[in-house]
Ligand binder design. Structure first.
Ligand code: UDP
Length: 361
């Protein structure tokens, strides 16, 4: 009698973003993505280690802390920008650490949207699964990714098709999704209060000012949560909309974030750029909160128009206002259901686990 062998357990080395310590909020959605992936894979019996900038903290997860100076964020630079390294780059230090310990692992998972990990790929013995979490930002990085996409087929993972299409090598990308949520971490809230939410890094590409303008027009309170990445930009918004009904709650840990978010009628997502995915959309669904977003980038692939939220004309405040007026047409249970099924941590874990198995084989 043949007894089926249990699937091989993998040893996965996760390389974090070099733009901030995990837990700081500077890394944006990648921070939650790493935490959720690590927890999901661990629950399946895989071994996980995370290498991240010093000062990183993700609760129960063990992290190899690496000192050094942080990288500039790609989204704040011009397409023609040169690659810049500080004098003691944490990015280089993290990858030196990875090179030293690579033989203890089956696969390396890269979450840095930066030039160096792509350039270094041929110098590593272990396969590297590259998680590309932004659309095209800097030509030099695009080129480095493209070379890896050609030489190491299947190793470039992107969050959405729309994001892939910002690169000329779109067809060489594997769509793996952006993250998945653990429904147990988010409480389903059936009966909201008259309030809206906006979540994310406070930085120009996220265009918080559009959500503030919509709150001003409707008179409905807007709860803002997230890391202030660009203080001058945030101050300008407050100067431009001195009477808007907004409340800044700070950068909240997930437990508090879901409490404040859950009681809102809807989440506004107003990115000016092609958002690769949008973790905040699936977190919102998990609380039963519909999402109103511009029909652009990742949110346009996440939201089912009229069922889990509304997709509106990009950059149209009028469109946001109209959709806010229709929020009670959405059954909040449909949003929660999307988080429990399509966008669950378990469903995403299946995709990532299969991708890793393919690359290891
Ligand atoms: N976030 C948070 N606390 C806050 C506001 C946001 O932890 O107060 C997190 C949120 O959970 C999400 C991330 O910030 O994981 C934003 O990610 P998203 O993918 O929406 O955008 P990105 O920053 O990657 O462009």
């Amino acid at each position: 009698m043949n007894i089926p062998s249990s699937p091989r357990k993998l040893k996965v080395l996760i390389l974090s973003t070099p733009v901030g310590a995990l837990g700081s909020g500077l890394g944006g959605g990648v921070e939650l993505t790493i935490a959720n992936l690590a927890r999901e894979l661990q629950s399946r019996g895989h071994t996980i280690e995370i290498v991240a900038p010093a000062g990183s903290y993700l609760g129960d997860l063990s992290i190899v802390q690496v000192p050094g100076e942080l990288q500039l964020t790609a989204q704040t630079q011009e397409q023609a920008a040169a690659i810049v390294m500080p004098s003691d780059p944490v990015l280089a230090n993290m990858w030196a650490k990875a090179r030293n310990i690579q033989h203890d692992y089956d696969i390396i998972f890269n979450t840095a949207f930066d030039w160096l990990p792509f350039y270094l790929t041929p110098f590593f013995d272990r396969p590297i699964a590259h998680f590309v979490s932004m659309g095209s930002q800097i030509a030099a990085i695009d080129l480095a990714i493209e070379r890896v996409a050609i030489d190491y087929p299947g190793t470039i993972g992107v969050c959405t098709r729309t994001q892939a299409e910002t690169f000329r090598f779109a067809d060489l990308c594997t769509v793996v999704g952006g993250s998945g949520v653990d429904p147990a971490v988010y409480e389903y809230c059936k009966h909201p209060e008259p309030a809206l939410a906006w979540l994310g890094r406070i930085s120009p590409e996220k265009a918080l000012e559009d959500a503030v303008a919509a709150a001003q027009r409707t008179g409905i309170k807007l709860k803002i949560m997230g890391k202030i990445q660009d203080a001058a930009y945030w101050e300008q918004i407050q100067r431009d909309y001195p009477t808007a009904p907004i409340e800044y709650l700070g950068f909240l840990p997930t437990h508090e974030l879901q409490q404040a978010l859950g009681t809102c009628q809807g989440l506004l997502m107003t990115p000016r750029w092609v958002e690769a995915f949008g973790n905040v959309a699936i977190e919102s669904f998990a609380c039963g909160v519909p999402v109103i977003a511009y029909r652009r980038g990742g949110p346009a692939e996440i939201i089912t128009d009229g069922k889990t939220g509304f997709l509106v004309e990009p950059d149209s405040i009028e469109g946001l206002v109209t959709a806010i007026g229709r929020l009670d047409e959405i059954d909040r249970a449909d949003c929660r259901h999307a988080a429990e099924t399509v966008f669950s941590q378990a469903a995403w874990g299946n995709v990532m686990e299969s991708w890793f198995y393919r690359l290891v084989e």
